[in-house]
Each structure stands twice: as structure tokens, then as C-alpha cells.
Design a protein around this ligand. Structure first.
Ligand code: DQA
Length: 145
């Protein structure tokens, strides 16, 4: 299977910001881990990150129209909590999108307890640091293999 890992706003600062919450590994290091994990299981993976909501929407549209992926892991960052544009883009997809968060959003500030994208995602993984992405890869494998 071929997976797109899409990271949203502020995720480029992973490893540099709020290390107590998001850990010390950079996004590049995390992506390398995901790539190694995917390869070991015979899966292909691409990565993209943007701080711009519309660029993330475009990436989802490209994945939908290009039919290049079997599934998407999406950590939308703070957009998770209020972006109806991302929600509608996910709702348009005909492949599974898994919502990913490194932190346990339910154990944090009240505004993080709401996700406007959960309803249109296949599932959600949160709270396992970089391991949330790995668990989400397994989730996609269960769904698709
Ligand atoms: C996050 C959680 C969000 O609430 C936050 O805005 C982020 C990262 C996570 O990976 O835990 O930027 O999506």
C-alpha cells in the first residue's frame, strides 16, 4: 500500500517546540522512522507538511484526484480543532484518512478536546508521541490489507 503522511500547522517545529509535550525528535527524524517502518512492512510512504490550511486542502485534493495513495495519515495540528475546510476536504476523499496526534489531546486544554475532523476520519490515534504515526500505519494496514 502507499501512504501519504500529511502534517499541518507548526508540526515543522517538532523537536524544537514544547519538548515536554511533543518530544525531542525532529519531524525529519520522525519521518525517517515512519519510512523505515513502512518499508519493513512492504509499504511505500510520502511526506508533506504545511502551515497553510489551503495547501493542506490542495494536498488532499491531489491525493483524491491523483489516486496515488491508499490511505492518508493526517496530523492537522491546531487546524484539527476548527478547520471546516479540512473537514470538508476529508469528507470528499474516497480513501481512508486517519487522524493522528502525538500528544493526548483529551488530557490537555479544553479547546483540544474538540476535533472537527474526527467524524470524517476513519479513526484517531493520539498520545503515543511519534509512535502515534506508527500505530496509525498499523491501523491503515488493518483496514486495507
Ligand atoms: C497536535 C495536537 C494539537 O492540539 C496541536 O495544536 C498540535 C499538535 C499533536 O500532534 O499532539 O499542533 O496535533
Amino acid at each position: 500500500m502507499k501512504i501519504l503522511v500529511l502534517n499541518g500547522v507548526n508540526l515543522n517545529l517538532t523537536g524544537l517546540r514544547e519538548k515536554g509535550v511533543y518530544g525531542v525528535e525532529t519531524l525529519e527524524e520522525i519521518n525517517t522512522k515512519i519510512a523505515t517502518y513502512c518499508k519493513a512492512g512492504g509499504d511505500e510512504v510520502d511526506f508533506a507538511q504545511s502551515n497553510i490550511e489551503g495547501v493542506l486542502v490542495d494536498k488532499l485534493h491531489e491525493a483524491f484526484l491523483g489516486k496515488a495513495y491508499d490511505g492518508i495519515l493526517l496530523n492537522a495540528g491546531a487546524f484539527t480543532h476548527y478547520s471546516y475546510a479540512l473537514r470538508d476536504a476529508i469528507a470528499a476523499m474516497d480513501i481512508p484518512v486517519v487522524e493522528v496526534h502525538m500528544s493526548n489531546v483529551h488530557a490537555r486544554e479544553a479547546f483540544r478536546h474538540t476535533s472537527v475532523i474526527s467524524e470524517v476520519c476513519k479513526g484517531t490515534v493520539c498520545g503515543f508521541g511519534a509512535g502515534s504515526y506508527i500505530a496509525a500505519v498499523e491501523g491503515l494496514r488493518c483496514l486495507l490489507k
